[in-house]
Design a protein around this ligand. Structure first.
Ligand code: GDD
Ligand code: MN
Length: 410
């Protein structure tokens, strides 16, 4: 028994192209792959006779199916019906999303399926990888909108998670998806979007489920017949979908809380740095290292600012621990006084890493660039942004407030 792939083609008024598309698949493309391919056209009750054209071809091709919707309900809605039919009635092992207007090259399908064979759960046709391209006849504004919108969607959905670096074309319309438990957990009836936004919603959810995503190049063609079904609202619908998906993402909300706590910590840190650098005992501590000034690199130990930075971090540690324990990680917060003390001590230990990071970085910066307020404060911002935040996020999640392992439901 071969593997079955169902090419789902949504159509609304595509009578000019649908015959050419189907014939090309049947005669030229399907013989090139060892998958058993079927075509499923989901027509949004087109008034131009698209469905009738498909019915004519059904006499010739037994692997051609047609669903005619009661009315046009949106791109997502059409695909949900097609996916369900492909899974339940046609027992598809994979579904391919394919436009009916000849903008997607049929030659890409065997490559998509071969990439599924290589172990991917989801393969995207990308216009942004080497070998992929946008329609030659698009004007610069249209091109910019698509590029910019695509980049915003990619950023909103995935930055800075692994998928951000992996998925170059989040809004692409050409995809192949393996029909497995991840696909079946999508529950399309609960989707936010039934329009074009379903594309990024499906991608986002599959990535959340741990799907393995790959990309192949897509040379997106110019539309030569008929009209795009995108409206002026479509980009906003896609943006809104991306934004609310990301907003509801648990890890992201946690990170935003963590970041705000970090910012209050930064304020405490910055103020204390300026206070401490003027304290007499800090100056005495630093001057006890004056003898090292001749030795070059270790001379920074004689700078009061390095010491002031180290001590000011300690002030922000207490601030951050309290906020994180009772707010950011409140679900994993210390359950009793003993665990509270243990967590606080643990927090101090991991924070000592940050103390060392700042001690070295700010000490070195003032050693090389001068001990001024500007150097100290710029060095502080750079050190926190590039070193302390990634370090803390990792330690809080993986050590201090590590989630207890729970068995996955279902
Ligand atoms: N049944 C049904 N119902 N079909 C629809 C509907 C609908 O509401 N809306 C669009 N279609 C069909 C079209 O007839 C076409 O075959 C296919 O879906 C793609 O629609 P187009 O209107 O041609 O989309 P596009 O070319 O502007 O947009 C393409 O690029 C986008 C990313 O830039 C598509 O590939 C999109 O899926 C993709 O997101
Ligand atoms: Mn199109």
């Amino acid at each position: 028994m071969g593997k079955t792939a169902v090419i789902v083609v949504p159509t609304y008024n595509e009578s000019a192209t649908i015959q050419t598309l189907i014939t090309d698949f049947e005669e030229r493309i399907f013989p090139k792959t060892d998958w058993q391919c079927r075509i499923l056209v989901v027509d949004g009750a087109s008034p131009d006779g698209t469905a009738e054209a498909v019915r004519q071809l059904q006499k010739k091709y037994s692997n051609l199916d047609l669903i005619v919707e009661e009315k046009k309900e949106g791109l997502g809605a059409a695909y949900f019906k097609g996916f369900r039919w492909a899974d339940e009635e046609l027992h598809a092992d994979a579904v391919v999303e394919f436009d009916g207007d000849l903008q997607h090259p049929t030659d890409a399908v065997p490559e998509l399926l071969a990439t599924l064979d290589g172990g991917a759960d989801l393969v995207l046709g990308s216009r942004k990888v080497k070998g992929g391209s946008y329609p030659g006849k698009w004007d610069p504004f249209r091109l910019f909108l698509s590029q910019f919108g695509g980049w915003v969607a990619r950023f909103l959905l995935f930055f800075p998670m692994k998928a951000f670096w992996r998925v170059t074309d989040a809004t692409t319309g050409l995809k192949a998806t393996r029909v497995n438990d991840k696909f079946r957990s999508l529950h399309f009836e609960n989707f936010k979007s039934r329009g074009f936004g379903y594309k990024i919603e499906m991608l986002f959810k599959l990535v959340q489920f741990g799907a393995h995503v790959e990309e192949v190049p897509l040379k997106f063609q110019t539309r030569e017949a008929g009209e795009s079904k995108m409206t002026g609202q479509t980009p906003f619908e896609i943006f809104q979908t991306a934004f609310s998906l990301r907003w509801e993402h648990k890890g992201t909300r946690r990170f935003l809380k963590f970041a705000s706590v970090g910012f209050t910590g930064y304020l405490v840190n910055a103020i204390l740095l300026e206070v401490f650098v003027h304290l007499a005992w800090i100056a005495r501590l630093a001057s006890s290292f004056n003898f090292l000034e001749q030795t070059g690199i270790l001379g920074f130990l004689a700078q009061p600012s390095g010491w002031a930075a180290a001590f000011s971090v300690e002030g922000s540690i207490l601030n951050n621990f309290l906020w994180n324990n009772f707010w950011t990680f409140h679900k994993e917060k210390a359950a009793n006084p003993l665990s509270f003390v243990r967590k606080f001590l643990g927090f101090n230990v991991t924070s000592f890493g940050a103390v060392i990071i700042q001690f070295v970085a700010i000490g070195l910066a003032t050693h090389f660039f001068g001990n001024t307020t500007w150097v100290r404060q710029l060095a502080l911002v750079a050190t926190i942004g590039l070193l302390v935040i990634p370090y803390n996020w990792f330690m809080y999640n993986k050590v201090i407030w590590r989630r207890k392992h729970k068995k996955r439901a279902h």
